[in-house]
Design a protein around this ligand. Structure first.
Ligand code: NAD
Length: 413
Protein backbone atom coordinates (compact mmCIF):
# COMPACT_ATOMS: atom_id res chain seq x y z
CA UNK A 1 0.00 0.00 0.00
CA UNK A 2 1.30 3.48 -0.88
CA UNK A 3 2.22 5.84 1.90
CA UNK A 4 1.44 8.86 -0.29
CA UNK A 5 -1.35 11.14 0.82
CA UNK A 6 -4.50 10.76 -1.29
CA UNK A 7 -5.26 14.46 -1.32
CA UNK A 8 -2.56 17.10 -1.25
CA UNK A 9 -4.00 20.57 -1.51
CA UNK A 10 -1.63 23.41 -2.31
CA UNK A 11 -2.41 26.58 -0.40
CA UNK A 12 -0.42 29.80 -0.77
CA UNK A 13 0.19 31.67 2.48
CA UNK A 14 1.26 35.22 3.24
CA UNK A 15 2.97 35.27 6.65
CA UNK A 16 2.45 39.02 6.87
CA UNK A 17 4.18 41.88 8.67
CA UNK A 18 4.70 42.73 12.36
CA UNK A 19 3.38 39.82 14.43
CA UNK A 20 2.41 37.98 11.20
CA UNK A 21 5.47 35.68 10.98
CA UNK A 22 5.30 34.68 14.68
CA UNK A 23 1.59 33.84 14.64
CA UNK A 24 2.08 31.93 11.37
CA UNK A 25 5.01 29.94 12.82
CA UNK A 26 2.91 29.11 15.88
CA UNK A 27 -0.21 28.30 13.88
CA UNK A 28 1.15 26.15 11.05
CA UNK A 29 2.11 23.08 13.17
CA UNK A 30 -1.30 23.22 14.86
CA UNK A 31 -3.12 23.20 11.50
CA UNK A 32 -0.95 20.37 10.17
CA UNK A 33 -1.44 18.39 13.39
CA UNK A 34 -5.22 18.77 13.15
CA UNK A 35 -5.20 17.46 9.55
CA UNK A 36 -2.96 14.52 10.44
CA UNK A 37 -5.06 13.66 13.49
CA UNK A 38 -8.30 13.84 11.50
CA UNK A 39 -7.22 12.09 8.30
CA UNK A 40 -3.90 10.33 8.89
CA UNK A 41 -1.96 10.33 5.60
CA UNK A 42 -5.03 10.72 3.41
CA UNK A 43 -5.11 14.53 3.41
CA UNK A 44 -2.35 17.08 3.56
CA UNK A 45 -1.78 20.77 2.83
CA UNK A 46 1.27 21.77 0.84
CA UNK A 47 1.89 25.32 2.07
CA UNK A 48 3.56 27.64 -0.47
CA UNK A 49 4.82 31.03 0.69
CA UNK A 50 3.86 34.02 -1.44
CA UNK A 51 5.02 37.53 -0.70
CA UNK A 52 3.13 40.69 0.17
CA UNK A 53 3.80 43.67 2.40
CA UNK A 54 7.21 44.50 3.83
CA UNK A 55 8.74 41.11 2.95
CA UNK A 56 7.71 41.63 -0.68
CA UNK A 57 9.01 45.17 -0.71
CA UNK A 58 12.38 44.09 0.68
CA UNK A 59 12.78 41.06 -1.59
CA UNK A 60 10.98 42.10 -4.78
CA UNK A 61 10.79 45.90 -4.58
CA UNK A 62 7.01 45.95 -4.68
CA UNK A 63 4.41 45.70 -1.93
CA UNK A 64 2.14 43.32 -3.82
CA UNK A 65 3.92 41.30 -6.54
CA UNK A 66 1.91 40.15 -9.55
CA UNK A 67 3.18 36.60 -8.81
CA UNK A 68 1.31 36.65 -5.50
CA UNK A 69 -1.98 37.55 -7.14
CA UNK A 70 -1.38 34.94 -9.86
CA UNK A 71 -0.65 32.22 -7.26
CA UNK A 72 -3.86 32.99 -5.39
CA UNK A 73 -5.82 33.02 -8.67
CA UNK A 74 -4.32 29.64 -9.61
CA UNK A 75 -4.94 27.92 -6.29
CA UNK A 76 -8.13 29.87 -5.52
CA UNK A 77 -7.38 29.88 -1.78
CA UNK A 78 -4.88 31.57 0.51
CA UNK A 79 -4.21 32.07 4.21
CA UNK A 80 -2.94 35.49 5.18
CA UNK A 81 -1.38 37.25 8.15
CA UNK A 82 -1.75 40.99 8.72
CA UNK A 83 -0.10 43.46 6.36
CA UNK A 84 1.24 46.92 7.01
CA UNK A 85 -0.61 49.62 5.13
CA UNK A 86 2.11 51.34 3.08
CA UNK A 87 2.15 55.10 3.51
CA UNK A 88 2.48 57.11 0.29
CA UNK A 89 3.46 54.11 -1.86
CA UNK A 90 0.54 54.03 -4.28
CA UNK A 91 -1.53 51.46 -2.37
CA UNK A 92 -4.50 52.63 -0.34
CA UNK A 93 -4.33 49.31 1.49
CA UNK A 94 -2.88 45.96 0.43
CA UNK A 95 -5.88 44.16 1.92
CA UNK A 96 -8.38 46.30 0.06
CA UNK A 97 -6.35 45.85 -3.16
CA UNK A 98 -6.32 42.06 -2.78
CA UNK A 99 -10.07 41.97 -2.11
CA UNK A 100 -10.85 44.19 -5.08
CA UNK A 101 -8.40 42.53 -7.51
CA UNK A 102 -9.83 39.08 -6.79
CA UNK A 103 -13.38 40.45 -6.42
CA UNK A 104 -13.69 38.81 -2.99
CA UNK A 105 -17.03 40.42 -2.38
CA UNK A 106 -18.06 38.83 0.90
CA UNK A 107 -16.08 39.45 4.06
CA UNK A 108 -17.31 36.74 6.41
CA UNK A 109 -16.60 37.10 10.11
CA UNK A 110 -18.03 34.65 12.63
CA UNK A 111 -18.22 36.11 16.13
CA UNK A 112 -18.76 33.70 18.99
CA UNK A 113 -17.64 33.48 22.58
CA UNK A 114 -15.07 30.97 23.81
CA UNK A 115 -15.60 30.06 27.44
CA UNK A 116 -12.78 31.46 29.59
CA UNK A 117 -11.94 34.45 27.39
CA UNK A 118 -12.00 37.74 29.33
CA UNK A 119 -14.83 39.91 27.99
CA UNK A 120 -16.23 43.31 29.00
CA UNK A 121 -19.78 41.89 28.89
CA UNK A 122 -21.73 40.21 31.70
CA UNK A 123 -23.01 37.49 29.38
CA UNK A 124 -20.66 37.33 26.39
CA UNK A 125 -21.91 33.84 25.46
CA UNK A 126 -25.11 35.48 24.16
CA UNK A 127 -23.14 36.84 21.21
CA UNK A 128 -23.12 34.35 18.35
CA UNK A 129 -23.28 36.08 14.97
CA UNK A 130 -21.80 35.75 11.50
CA UNK A 131 -21.18 39.04 9.71
CA UNK A 132 -21.35 39.26 5.91
CA UNK A 133 -19.73 42.57 5.03
CA UNK A 134 -19.83 43.77 1.42
CA UNK A 135 -16.20 44.09 0.37
CA UNK A 136 -16.02 45.86 -2.98
CA UNK A 137 -18.26 48.94 -2.92
CA UNK A 138 -19.22 51.86 -0.68
CA UNK A 139 -16.85 54.68 0.29
CA UNK A 140 -14.23 51.92 0.53
CA UNK A 141 -14.11 51.73 -3.29
CA UNK A 142 -11.54 54.50 -2.97
CA UNK A 143 -13.18 57.11 -5.21
CA UNK A 144 -11.91 60.15 -3.39
CA UNK A 145 -10.74 63.55 -4.53
CA UNK A 146 -8.27 65.47 -2.40
CA UNK A 147 -8.93 69.00 -1.23
CA UNK A 148 -6.07 70.39 -3.34
CA UNK A 149 -6.77 68.30 -6.46
CA UNK A 150 -7.96 70.48 -9.39
CA UNK A 151 -10.38 67.65 -10.31
CA UNK A 152 -12.21 68.30 -7.05
CA UNK A 153 -13.01 71.86 -8.13
CA UNK A 154 -14.16 70.56 -11.53
CA UNK A 155 -16.40 68.01 -9.85
CA UNK A 156 -17.85 70.56 -7.44
CA UNK A 157 -18.67 72.83 -10.39
CA UNK A 158 -20.15 69.95 -12.38
CA UNK A 159 -22.36 69.02 -9.44
CA UNK A 160 -23.52 72.61 -9.04
CA UNK A 161 -24.05 73.39 -12.73
CA UNK A 162 -25.28 70.09 -14.14
CA UNK A 163 -26.97 68.50 -11.14
CA UNK A 164 -28.04 71.52 -9.08
CA UNK A 165 -26.15 70.29 -6.04
CA UNK A 166 -25.78 73.41 -3.92
CA UNK A 167 -25.49 71.90 -0.48
CA UNK A 168 -21.76 71.27 -0.38
CA UNK A 169 -21.25 73.43 2.66
CA UNK A 170 -17.74 74.73 1.87
CA UNK A 171 -17.28 74.25 -1.90
CA UNK A 172 -14.01 76.21 -1.99
CA UNK A 173 -12.05 73.88 0.27
CA UNK A 174 -13.75 70.52 0.30
CA UNK A 175 -12.52 67.03 -0.41
CA UNK A 176 -15.01 64.66 -2.03
CA UNK A 177 -15.79 60.95 -1.78
CA UNK A 178 -18.19 58.87 -3.85
CA UNK A 179 -20.24 56.00 -2.44
CA UNK A 180 -21.23 53.42 -5.06
CA UNK A 181 -23.78 50.84 -3.86
CA UNK A 182 -25.30 48.72 -6.64
CA UNK A 183 -28.17 46.26 -6.97
CA UNK A 184 -25.73 43.59 -8.22
CA UNK A 185 -23.21 44.19 -5.44
CA UNK A 186 -25.85 44.28 -2.71
CA UNK A 187 -27.77 41.25 -3.90
CA UNK A 188 -24.77 38.95 -4.34
CA UNK A 189 -23.75 39.78 -0.77
CA UNK A 190 -27.24 39.27 0.66
CA UNK A 191 -27.54 36.04 -1.33
CA UNK A 192 -24.30 34.79 0.30
CA UNK A 193 -25.70 35.62 3.75
CA UNK A 194 -29.05 33.92 3.06
CA UNK A 195 -27.42 30.81 1.57
CA UNK A 196 -25.15 30.57 4.60
CA UNK A 197 -28.03 31.04 7.04
CA UNK A 198 -30.14 28.39 5.29
CA UNK A 199 -27.25 25.90 5.11
CA UNK A 200 -26.39 26.40 8.80
CA UNK A 201 -29.99 26.38 10.06
CA UNK A 202 -29.74 29.92 11.39
CA UNK A 203 -32.93 31.79 12.34
CA UNK A 204 -32.54 35.30 10.95
CA UNK A 205 -30.62 37.46 8.51
CA UNK A 206 -30.50 41.12 9.54
CA UNK A 207 -29.78 43.80 6.94
CA UNK A 208 -27.88 46.56 8.74
CA UNK A 209 -27.94 49.90 6.94
CA UNK A 210 -28.17 53.66 7.26
CA UNK A 211 -31.00 53.93 4.73
CA UNK A 212 -32.96 56.42 6.82
CA UNK A 213 -30.38 59.04 5.80
CA UNK A 214 -28.65 57.63 2.69
CA UNK A 215 -31.87 56.58 1.02
CA UNK A 216 -30.64 55.56 -2.41
CA UNK A 217 -27.38 53.85 -1.46
CA UNK A 218 -27.92 52.22 1.95
CA UNK A 219 -31.71 52.35 1.55
CA UNK A 220 -31.17 50.62 -1.79
CA UNK A 221 -29.08 47.93 -0.08
CA UNK A 222 -31.96 47.21 2.29
CA UNK A 223 -34.69 47.26 -0.39
CA UNK A 224 -32.73 45.11 -2.85
CA UNK A 225 -31.94 42.66 -0.06
CA UNK A 226 -35.62 42.31 0.77
CA UNK A 227 -36.51 42.02 -2.93
CA UNK A 228 -34.00 39.22 -3.42
CA UNK A 229 -35.30 37.30 -0.41
CA UNK A 230 -38.91 37.66 -1.57
CA UNK A 231 -38.23 36.72 -5.20
CA UNK A 232 -35.45 34.10 -5.09
CA UNK A 233 -36.22 32.57 -1.67
CA UNK A 234 -40.00 32.88 -1.46
CA UNK A 235 -40.39 29.32 -0.11
CA UNK A 236 -37.61 29.57 2.44
CA UNK A 237 -37.79 33.12 3.78
CA UNK A 238 -40.28 35.52 5.34
CA UNK A 239 -39.31 39.18 5.37
CA UNK A 240 -40.26 41.95 7.77
CA UNK A 241 -41.07 43.90 4.62
CA UNK A 242 -43.84 41.39 3.94
CA UNK A 243 -44.85 41.79 7.57
CA UNK A 244 -45.10 45.57 7.19
CA UNK A 245 -47.17 45.25 4.01
CA UNK A 246 -49.56 42.81 5.69
CA UNK A 247 -49.80 45.06 8.72
CA UNK A 248 -50.92 47.89 6.46
CA UNK A 249 -53.31 45.87 4.31
CA UNK A 250 -54.75 43.39 6.83
CA UNK A 251 -53.78 44.70 10.29
CA UNK A 252 -51.41 43.79 13.09
CA UNK A 253 -53.03 40.46 13.99
CA UNK A 254 -52.78 39.14 10.42
CA UNK A 255 -49.14 40.20 10.16
CA UNK A 256 -48.34 38.54 13.51
CA UNK A 257 -50.13 35.36 12.42
CA UNK A 258 -48.09 35.25 9.17
CA UNK A 259 -44.85 35.73 11.09
CA UNK A 260 -45.71 32.99 13.58
CA UNK A 261 -46.68 30.66 10.72
CA UNK A 262 -43.37 31.36 8.94
CA UNK A 263 -41.37 30.69 12.11
CA UNK A 264 -43.30 27.47 12.79
CA UNK A 265 -42.60 26.36 9.23
CA UNK A 266 -38.88 26.92 9.92
CA UNK A 267 -38.56 29.79 7.47
CA UNK A 268 -35.60 32.12 7.67
CA UNK A 269 -36.70 35.56 8.87
CA UNK A 270 -35.17 38.54 7.06
CA UNK A 271 -35.29 41.81 8.99
CA UNK A 272 -33.39 45.08 9.04
CA UNK A 273 -31.95 47.47 11.61
CA UNK A 274 -30.50 50.94 11.23
CA UNK A 275 -26.75 50.83 11.84
CA UNK A 276 -26.52 53.18 14.84
CA UNK A 277 -29.36 51.39 16.59
CA UNK A 278 -27.65 48.08 15.77
CA UNK A 279 -24.58 49.14 17.74
CA UNK A 280 -26.83 49.57 20.79
CA UNK A 281 -28.73 46.37 20.12
CA UNK A 282 -25.62 44.18 20.02
CA UNK A 283 -24.74 45.32 23.53
CA UNK A 284 -28.26 45.20 24.94
CA UNK A 285 -29.78 42.16 23.15
CA UNK A 286 -27.04 40.29 21.29
CA UNK A 287 -29.06 37.07 21.42
CA UNK A 288 -31.60 38.59 19.00
CA UNK A 289 -29.08 38.66 16.13
CA UNK A 290 -27.77 35.83 14.06
CA UNK A 291 -26.49 36.38 10.49
CA UNK A 292 -25.76 40.00 9.55
CA UNK A 293 -25.56 41.42 6.01
CA UNK A 294 -24.23 44.93 5.68
CA UNK A 295 -22.42 47.48 3.50
CA UNK A 296 -18.65 47.86 3.60
CA UNK A 297 -18.12 50.73 6.06
CA UNK A 298 -20.81 49.61 8.52
CA UNK A 299 -19.32 46.14 8.37
CA UNK A 300 -15.92 47.45 9.33
CA UNK A 301 -17.22 49.13 12.50
CA UNK A 302 -19.56 46.29 13.41
CA UNK A 303 -16.85 43.62 13.04
CA UNK A 304 -14.52 45.30 15.51
CA UNK A 305 -17.31 46.15 17.97
CA UNK A 306 -18.54 42.55 18.00
CA UNK A 307 -15.00 41.15 18.21
CA UNK A 308 -14.43 43.29 21.32
CA UNK A 309 -17.61 41.93 22.92
CA UNK A 310 -16.32 38.36 22.79
CA UNK A 311 -12.74 39.06 23.82
CA UNK A 312 -10.96 41.13 21.22
CA UNK A 313 -9.31 40.92 17.86
CA UNK A 314 -6.66 38.42 18.95
CA UNK A 315 -9.34 35.74 18.58
CA UNK A 316 -11.35 37.08 15.60
CA UNK A 317 -11.14 35.12 12.32
CA UNK A 318 -12.27 36.19 8.88
CA UNK A 319 -12.56 35.18 5.24
CA UNK A 320 -12.92 37.13 2.02
CA UNK A 321 -14.83 35.05 -0.49
CA UNK A 322 -16.14 35.19 -4.04
CA UNK A 323 -18.81 32.50 -4.03
CA UNK A 324 -19.03 32.53 -7.86
CA UNK A 325 -15.36 31.92 -8.68
CA UNK A 326 -14.67 30.05 -5.42
CA UNK A 327 -11.65 32.29 -4.71
CA UNK A 328 -11.11 33.04 -1.02
CA UNK A 329 -8.50 34.53 1.29
CA UNK A 330 -8.73 33.58 4.95
CA UNK A 331 -7.11 36.07 7.30
CA UNK A 332 -6.52 37.11 10.85
CA UNK A 333 -8.66 40.23 11.11
CA UNK A 334 -6.33 42.27 13.30
CA UNK A 335 -3.42 44.40 12.13
CA UNK A 336 0.33 43.94 12.42
CA UNK A 337 0.41 44.93 16.13
CA UNK A 338 3.77 46.75 15.90
CA UNK A 339 3.64 47.42 19.67
CA UNK A 340 4.15 43.72 20.47
CA UNK A 341 5.87 42.41 17.31
CA UNK A 342 8.81 40.11 18.05
CA UNK A 343 8.02 39.88 21.78
CA UNK A 344 6.25 36.49 21.76
CA UNK A 345 3.11 38.14 23.12
CA UNK A 346 0.82 37.77 20.10
CA UNK A 347 -2.21 35.53 20.20
CA UNK A 348 -2.28 33.20 17.18
CA UNK A 349 -5.95 32.25 17.65
CA UNK A 350 -7.33 34.58 14.98
CA UNK A 351 -4.95 33.05 12.42
CA UNK A 352 -5.83 29.55 13.65
CA UNK A 353 -9.58 30.11 13.56
CA UNK A 354 -9.20 31.61 10.07
CA UNK A 355 -7.38 28.44 9.06
CA UNK A 356 -10.31 26.55 10.59
CA UNK A 357 -12.65 28.46 8.27
CA UNK A 358 -10.39 27.51 5.34
CA UNK A 359 -10.57 23.84 6.35
CA UNK A 360 -14.37 24.07 6.59
CA UNK A 361 -14.43 25.67 3.15
CA UNK A 362 -12.47 22.66 1.85
CA UNK A 363 -15.01 20.40 3.55
CA UNK A 364 -12.41 19.27 6.11
CA UNK A 365 -14.74 19.89 9.04
CA UNK A 366 -13.13 17.31 11.35
CA UNK A 367 -9.77 19.09 11.21
CA UNK A 368 -11.45 22.47 11.74
CA UNK A 369 -13.24 21.08 14.81
CA UNK A 370 -9.95 19.80 16.24
CA UNK A 371 -8.47 23.32 16.07
CA UNK A 372 -11.51 24.85 17.76
CA UNK A 373 -11.50 22.07 20.36
CA UNK A 374 -7.82 22.62 21.17
CA UNK A 375 -8.38 26.36 21.68
CA UNK A 376 -11.34 25.60 23.96
CA UNK A 377 -9.18 23.13 25.91
CA UNK A 378 -6.39 25.71 26.33
CA UNK A 379 -8.83 28.29 27.64
CA UNK A 380 -10.40 25.79 30.04
CA UNK A 381 -6.90 24.92 31.29
CA UNK A 382 -6.15 28.66 31.53
CA UNK A 383 -3.15 28.37 29.20
CA UNK A 384 -3.15 31.70 27.36
CA UNK A 385 -1.02 34.30 25.58
CA UNK A 386 -0.14 37.67 27.11
CA UNK A 387 -3.23 39.53 25.83
CA UNK A 388 -5.51 37.29 27.90
CA UNK A 389 -3.04 36.66 30.75
CA UNK A 390 -3.08 40.38 31.58
CA UNK A 391 -6.80 40.04 32.34
CA UNK A 392 -6.77 36.56 33.93
CA UNK A 393 -4.66 36.60 37.13
CA UNK A 394 -4.90 32.81 37.62
CA UNK A 395 -3.86 31.92 34.07
CA UNK A 396 -0.48 30.66 32.84
CA UNK A 397 1.03 33.12 30.36
CA UNK A 398 2.63 31.30 27.43
CA UNK A 399 4.67 32.78 24.61
CA UNK A 400 3.13 32.68 21.14
CA UNK A 401 5.28 29.66 20.21
CA UNK A 402 4.67 27.83 23.50
CA UNK A 403 0.93 28.38 23.15
CA UNK A 404 1.07 26.89 19.64
CA UNK A 405 3.03 23.92 21.01
CA UNK A 406 0.44 23.43 23.75
CA UNK A 407 -2.32 23.28 21.13
CA UNK A 408 -0.34 20.88 18.90
CA UNK A 409 0.34 18.56 21.86
CA UNK A 410 -3.29 18.66 22.89
CA UNK A 411 -4.42 17.72 19.35
CA UNK A 412 -1.89 14.89 18.97
CA UNK A 413 -2.37 13.63 22.55
P1 NAD B 1 -3.68 46.29 15.28
O1 NAD B 1 -4.81 45.33 15.10
O2 NAD B 1 -2.39 45.91 14.69
O3 NAD B 1 -3.45 46.50 16.85
C1 NAD B 1 -4.44 47.00 17.74
C2 NAD B 1 -4.16 46.48 19.15
O4 NAD B 1 -4.49 45.10 19.23
C3 NAD B 1 -2.70 46.59 19.56
O5 NAD B 1 -2.62 46.92 20.93
C4 NAD B 1 -2.15 45.20 19.33
O6 NAD B 1 -1.07 44.87 20.18
C5 NAD B 1 -3.37 44.34 19.63
N1 NAD B 1 -3.37 43.08 18.87
C6 NAD B 1 -3.64 42.93 17.55
N2 NAD B 1 -3.53 41.65 17.19
C7 NAD B 1 -3.19 40.96 18.30
C8 NAD B 1 -2.93 39.58 18.56
N3 NAD B 1 -3.01 38.63 17.61
N4 NAD B 1 -2.60 39.23 19.82
C9 NAD B 1 -2.53 40.15 20.79
N5 NAD B 1 -2.77 41.46 20.62
C10 NAD B 1 -3.08 41.87 19.37
O7 NAD B 1 -4.17 47.70 14.73
P2 NAD B 1 -3.32 49.02 14.36
O8 NAD B 1 -2.26 49.22 15.40
O9 NAD B 1 -4.35 50.04 14.14
O10 NAD B 1 -2.64 48.71 12.96
C11 NAD B 1 -1.27 48.39 12.77
C12 NAD B 1 -1.00 48.14 11.27
O11 NAD B 1 -1.78 47.04 10.80
C13 NAD B 1 -1.36 49.32 10.36
O12 NAD B 1 -0.39 49.42 9.33
C14 NAD B 1 -2.70 48.93 9.77
O13 NAD B 1 -2.95 49.54 8.54
C15 NAD B 1 -2.50 47.43 9.62
N6 NAD B 1 -3.77 46.65 9.59
C16 NAD B 1 -3.78 45.53 8.81
C17 NAD B 1 -4.89 44.72 8.80
C18 NAD B 1 -4.87 43.47 7.94
O14 NAD B 1 -3.83 43.14 7.39
N7 NAD B 1 -5.98 42.75 7.81
C19 NAD B 1 -6.02 45.02 9.57
C20 NAD B 1 -5.96 46.16 10.39
C21 NAD B 1 -4.83 46.98 10.40
Amino acid sequence: MSNQPHTTTTIPYIAGDGIGPEIWQAARPVIDAAITKAYGQSKRIDWVEVLAGEAAYTQAGTWLPEATIEAIKTHKLALKGPLTTPIGEGFRSLNVTLRQTLDLYACVRPVRYFSGVPSPLKAPEKTDMVIFRENTEDVYAGIEFAVDDPQTKTLVELLANQFQVHNIRFPEDTALGIKPISISGSQRLVKAAIDYALAQGRQTVTLVHKGNIMKFTEGGFKNWGYQLAESAYADQCFTMNQYARLQQSAGEAAAQAALTKAKTAGKLIINDVIADNFLQQILLYPEKYDVIATCNLNGDYISDALAAQVGGIGIAPGANINYSTGAAIFEATHGTAPDIAGLGKANPCSMLLSAGMLLEYLGWQEAADLITGAIEAALTAQQVTADFADLLPEATCLSTQAFGQWLTDSILD
